[in-house]
Write a protein that binds this ligand. Sequence first.
Ligand SMILES: Cc1ncc(COP(=O)(O)O)c(C=O)c1O
Length: 429
Amino acid sequence: MKKMISEKAERFTESVIREMTRLAHLYDAVNLSQGFPDFPAPEPVKTAAIRAIEAEVNQYAITWGAKSFRDAICRKYAEYYQMELDPERELTVCCGSTEAMISALMAIINPGDEVIVFEPFYENYGPDAILSGATPRFVKLYPPKLAEGSSRVWYFDGDELASAFNDRTKAIVINTPNNPTGKVFTRAELELIAQLCQKWNVIAVTDEIYEHIVYDGAQHIPMATLDGMRDRTITINGMSKTYSVTGWRVGFAIAPPALTSAIRKVHDFLTVGAPAPLQEAGVLALSLPSSYYEQLARDYAVKRARLLGILNNAGFGCFIPYGAYYIMTDISKFGFETDVAFAQYLVKDIGVAVVPGSSFYNNPAYGYRQVRFAFCKREATRKAPSVRMELFFNSGNDLLSHTVTSAVSSALEGLTSVFGMGTGVTPPE
Ligand SMILES: Cc1ncc(COP(=O)(O)O)c(C=O)c1O
């Protein structure tokens, strides 16, 4: 019988993160699942977008990006990373870094090509590999021990990484600062990856959208700035996270000219172009002074500290993030069968939406003891209603047999008072 659904589409499921956001709405829960800020975007950036629309920047921009925006990207990369880019031959503006990533992979992958992906990984990379026809090979990022005095950062085993490379390897996907782990790859780690890329003639595709969100002195190092890597790196970046405009869908890919011309072709036939007026606003955004980025990192550091405090008190094992705006946690202590069962319990009965850890792994079992919290949320000062919690804990619910009760109850107290009840759509007070 004729199959109406493609085999590719059948091979992946609906986004777990977006599903958690749906559940957050359904149960009126605090949404700490999806990584979108619920606080206002910077005023001047919004004003620039409005002005652009009023000034009739309303038709298609040049397919690979408005010249003014590409120039702004070049100025920023020259200033922050001393990278001199050719706006005519090395840049493609896309509909978010999501489209930049899939366009890049579709531009370089042939049947049989392998792509190395560190896991846990941002959940789009799995479907990206399938849609582009790549065979993914996963290399594990190991969590740090939670005990005092041990290493505090996620790490990979150099030998495991080296053995993932072979003649079929076309690319390696790196995400630094990393979602979901908060890892910021060190120069030594990037150099090791770079050496392997050069040895095996492999392209590094680096998703650097959290470049400015780093803590405790961690430094973001773009892979393309390492010796010998400029010619074999596709850098993916975008406006979503840095300027708190995830709904604008403006991102870009930086790549050497031959790769750029392939990416531009794929991008053209996928989407034609990114939103023209929002690229114009991007010119202003990318020209903001460095104090803007410093303040952004400081603000997120405060939110990180608060959420870490709440989760530690509640008994979660917290893997401290040094970049991005998520906290991966260990939930072993609570005694649930799986991360999904725990996440459903949290959203339905406690009113807090998180992402089950298994959705970040190819082998879901690796994530059964983890859930991820996002802290890119405004901090509400109003006291949350704790009625729901009281009802739950007095209801004789089966789950009370879990050791979770008092721990999660205090998590709720903390989370709801800091982040406010509701799905984050309520305007700030
Ligand atoms: C690592 C990573 N890459 C890409 C994206 C999506 O970015 P964009 O909005 O630019 O498509 C996200 C969003 O959460 C992310 O965490």
